[in-house]
Ligand binder design. Structure first.
Ligand code: GLP
Length: 244
């Protein structure tokens, strides 16, 4: 779906998320949401906060799993995805802290593999993701699944692409300060979500959106794997859709 601008698009996505939360509430069940970071979902989160404040939308039944976190990363560092999520969403809503899951950037190397397995299991135990929200990196990554990621990959430690580190350099005051690794849900993990919404705004994303939507399905652009799923929606503004 293409909207004239990102604000209208974000508004529609936020309403869609709120509908899932309310529907699950009426069934007395948790709404299990897969969340993303980056500039793209910021407006969606802002609108959800507004709905909480103005319409009484409650997040008491919401369980969240974030896609990824840099490694190593301290949660109280201002570049952490923990800080990002607190600032943009969690500090402003009534979610129960124990229902928030974000990959742990402080693990000892030998603890990462069992932790990743447990992350997957926790998602399963909650009944699986009702909705996974995605942005897209300029390498075609979703989460931090960089080129070369397998379509059935699970949550794991990955090495970040040079372009991804360059794109993150502003947040870190230079590329040399950007971690070289991250823990990310896999493509296979993302695929298990009952619904997936990938959002992209601005002309900066137009060429990677063209590749993701119309390009040959290939590990060199991991987002092309989304073409294989029936449950994926791309929500774009006109600029991001301009090369389609
Ligand atoms: C990071 C995140 C991705 C996100 C991407 C795009 O790499 N790990 O989940 O989609 O950035 O970021 P932005 O939305 O700022 O363009």
């Amino acid at each position: 779906t293409v909207y004239p601008d990102e604000f209208e698009a974000a508004d529609k996505v936020a309403k869609y998320v709120a509908d899932i939360i309310r529907k699950k509430q009426s069934l007395g069940k948790p709404a299990v949401l897969g969340l993303a970071t980056g500039a793209t979902p910021v407006d969606v989160y802002a609108r959800l906060v507004k709905m909480h404040r103005e319409e009484g939308l409650s997040f008491k039944n919401v369980v969240t799993f974030n896609l990824d976190e840099y490694y190593p990363m301290q949660p109280d560092s201002k570049q952490s995805y923990v800080a990002f999520m607190d600032e943009n969403l969690f500090n402003h809503i009534d979610i129960d802290r124990k229902n928030i899951h974000i990959p742990d950037g402080t693990l000892a190397p030998e603890d990462i593999a069992p932790y990743c397995l447990a992350y997957e299991q926790k998602i399963e135990e909650m009944g699986g993701l009702d909705l996974q929200i995605l942005g897209i990196g300029r390498t075609g990554h979703i989460g931090f699944n960089e080129p070369g990621s397998a379509p059935n990959s699970g949550t794991r430690l990955v090495t970040l692409d040079d372009l991804t580190r360059r794109d993150a350099s502003r947040d870190f005051g230079g590329k040399e300060n950007v971690p070289t690794k991250a823990i990310t849900m896999g493509i296979g993990t993302i695929f298990k979500a009952r619904e997936i919404i990938l959002m992209a705004w601005s002309r900066k994303k137009a060429s990677i959106i063209k590749k993701a939507v119309e390009g040959e399905i290939s590990g060199s652009v991991p987002a092309t794997y989304l073409q294989l799923s029936e449950n994926v929606k791309f929500v774009l503004d006109e600029d991001a859709a301009s090369e389609l």
